[in-house]
Design a protein around this ligand. Structure first.
Ligand SMILES: C[S@@+](CC[C@H](N)C(=O)[O-])C[C@H]1O[C@@H](n2cnc3c(N)ncnc32)[C@H](O)[C@@H]1O
Length: 257
């Protein structure tokens, strides 16, 4: 970047508190490092939702890049509250996603089912790219139990996906969140839960559309190829479908066409 342009933008942004200059400066720096980098509008009310910020703080997520997806999962989960069935998360880590789902279940008779090895990721397959390694994202079960202690109806299913799915084979589900980063457990999860989703149920995959999770994105698209439902790819990453709701097709990973 031209140093005098940089200095001008920095002066306007930092000294004059000019929001537009600040965003242009951030975008220029971002694009110098990350292709097509783009910053969000800063006038978003949800940034200042104190109760939501307290939730993020509880899981150490007031910094980092998960907060927008957390907000969307919270909002999407509201679609599923009156749909019959339990909720489930495949890939729990420290419990931040399950916390949102349990909070959404308050005042209902739903049970939340948490599936995880609690030993981190399984071995990546040939189509999972090079970002992940076996054992990444390991979190201890007792820490998750402490994080979710305020909720009465949580069941933990410890083991490698899909070993513990038979525990819930006779149940129906209103909201399933799949977040295991890799192709095979994502495939196992959608194959198991799809027929158990009630009409109108919400299926979210946190990893959909991330270049770090190519196998998860591809296997979901492949699974839905002969179904009416297709993934809606979210702007902050991740995607969802509603069971029984057909949507217009898009390119692979929800790409524009
Ligand atoms: C990205 S983290 C999940 C994050 C969590 N959903 C959240 O909202 O914070 C991925 C989780 O998937 C689990 N996992 C990955 N592969 C698995 C497998 N094959 N079987 C069981 N758990 C697995 C890991 O142990 C890890 O906790």
């Amino acid at each position: 970047m031209n140093p005098s342009v940089f200095a001008g933008l920095f002066y306007k942004a930092y000294v004059r508190r000019d929001v537009d200059a600040a965003l242009r400066l951030i975008d220029r720096i971002g694009r110098a490092v990350i292709r097509n980098f783009r910053s969000p509008w800063p006038q978003q009310d949800w940034w200042h939702d104190e109760a939501f910020n307290a939730y993020l703080g509880r899981f150490g997520e007031l910094e980092g890049h998960n907060m927008e997806r957390r907000w969307m999962v919270y909002q999407l989960g509201r679609l599923a509250r009156d749909v019959p069935g339990d909720t489930a998360e495949c890939g729990v880590f420290h419990g931040a996603g399950s916390y949102l789902m349990c909070a959404g279940n308050r005042g209902t008779n739903k049970t939340h089912h948490a599936f995880d090895s609690f030993e981190g990721l399984s071995t990546p397959g040939p189509d999972d790219g090079s970002f992940w390694s076996k054992g990444d994202m390991a979190a201890a079960l007792d820490g998750v139990m402490r994080a979710l202690a305020e909720f009465d109806s949580v069941k933990y299913h410890r083991g490698w996906i899909p070993e513990r799915f038979p525990d819930v084979e006779s149940l129906k589900f209103s909201f399933v969140h799949v977040d295991v980063d890799l192709e095979q457990p994502t495939r196992d999860s959608i194959e198991f839960f799809y027929p158990r989703l009630s009409e109108g149920a919400l299926f979210v995959c946190d990893d959909y559309g991330f270049s770090t999770c190519p196998g998860a994105t591809r296997t979901i698209d492949q699974f839905l190829e002969d179904k009416a439902e297709k993934m809606i790819a979210l702007s902050a990453g991740g995607g969802f479908f509603l069971k029984g709701r057909s949507v217009a097709p898009a390119g692979p990973g929800g790409t524009f066409r």
